[in-house]
Design a binder for this molecule. Structure first.
Ligand SMILES: *[C@@H]1O[C@H](CO)[C@@H](O)[C@H](O)[C@H]1NC(C)=O
Ligand SMILES: *[C@@H]1O[C@H](CO)[C@@H](O)[C@H](O)[C@H]1NC(C)=O
Ligand SMILES: *[C@@H]1O[C@H](CO)[C@@H](O)[C@H](O)[C@H]1NC(C)=O
Ligand SMILES: *[C@@H]1O[C@H](CO)[C@@H](O)[C@H](O)[C@H]1NC(C)=O
Ligand SMILES: *[C@@H]1O[C@H](CO)[C@@H](O)[C@H](O)[C@H]1NC(C)=O
Ligand SMILES: *[C@@H]1O[C@H](CO)[C@@H](O)[C@H](O)[C@H]1NC(C)=O
Ligand SMILES: *[C@@H]1O[C@H](CO)[C@@H](O)[C@H](O)[C@H]1NC(C)=O
Ligand SMILES: *[C@@H]1O[C@H](CO)[C@@H](O)[C@H](O)[C@H]1NC(C)=O
Length: 208
């Protein structure tokens, strides 16, 4: 009974915190961005999203993708770089000159709490048409370094000095961009729903 009370007293505030704070964060894809102006393909390029928040990629212009990748290989789908990752990928979205707008939603799951989502557009990646959810700007794996990796590895730049590598002080970095379970189709599976699905199970455990 005591455990039951403790479970309830923990779950109820947790539910209300998640309900109160879940946000929708919009990223416009296309806009005025082209391969000549690839930094405008994702607007904004960097967003911060908490567990339960939903990032909506809004394809408004041109033909683009929003494809999750990894810090080390910015222009290659995450699951190709690392088979254990199940990254999101919109596929090519043709807006038919801006007349057929579509969206891709990515919900931040509890397991993604410390994960950075790196992503790119298939056409603009090598010119810096990339973005990130929850990048840590104090880390060596920051957004600026990700853009440099994209241009270095897939762009026309030939300078090898700009590739971002870990400093010797970060040979054992805490993993910040590992588990990735979001997929484009898992639109409804958000943290709030999960808590409500889990609550009866947890309660039943203590009633029995
Ligand atoms: C595109 O550029 C025009 C002219 O600068 C501006 O008015 C418009 O708001 C821009 N559109 C987007 C989606 O950024
Ligand atoms: C779509 O992008 C083109 C550049 O490719 C730009 O000239 C045009 O203004 C954009 N349209 C809108 C609605 O932003
Ligand atoms: C996508 O962007 C367009 C143009 O800015 C806007 O009218 C539309 O409401 C947006 N859609 C969503 C789902 O945010
Ligand atoms: C797209 O829209 C622009 C003006 O917004 C127009 O000049 C162009 O012809 C259109 N392209 C197509 C394929 O409809
Ligand atoms: C995220 O990091 C914090 C602080 O290190 C840790 O307490 C928490 O368990 C981590 N969350 C996940 C889902 O890994
Ligand atoms: C980036 O370069 C890699 C290695 O050459 C290649 O496999 C990949 O298809 C490229 N991606 C893009 C979007 O150009
Ligand atoms: C960001 O990176 C710095 C340097 O690696 C690290 O000390 C800090 O804990 C990180 N912050 C978060 C929120 O992960
Ligand atoms: C692949 O991703 C997993 C996490 O899903 C991580 O533990 C592993 O280190 C990654 N492998 C490489 C080669 O980066």
């Amino acid at each position: 009974m005591r455990a039951f009370m403790i479970t309830v007293s923990v779950l109820i505030p947790l539910c209300s915190v998640l309900l109160a704070s879940a946000k929708t964060i919009n990223v416009v894809v296309g806009g005025n961005g082209t391969t000549q102006n690839a930094g405008l393909i994702f607007q904004p390029q960097e967003v911060t999203a908490a567990v339960g928040d939903v990032v909506v990629f809004n394809f408004t212009n041109g033909t683009h993708t929003a494809t999750q990748s990894t810090f080390a290989e910015p222009c290659i789908p995450a699951h190709v770089s690392n088979a254990t990752l199940n990254g999101f990928d919109s596929g090519l979205r043709d807006t038919v000159n801006g007349t057929a707008q579509t969206t891709l939603t990515v919900t931040i799951q509890p397991a993604d709490q410390n994960t950075t989502f790196w992503f790119y557009d298939l056409w603009g990646c090598g010119q810096g048409g990339v973005g990130a959810i929850n990048a840590n700007d104090s880390d060596w794996q920051n957004f600026g370094a990700f853009v440099r990796n994209a241009k270095r590895l897939n762009g026309s730049s030939t300078s090898s000095s700009s590739f971002s590598r870990p400093p010797t002080s970060a040979l054992h970095p805490t993993p910040t961009s590992t588990t990735t379970t979001n997929s484009a189709e898992r639109v409804g599976a958000n943290a709030v729903k999960m808590i409500f699905m889990l609550a009866p199970i947890l309660l039943a455990m203590f009633v029995v």
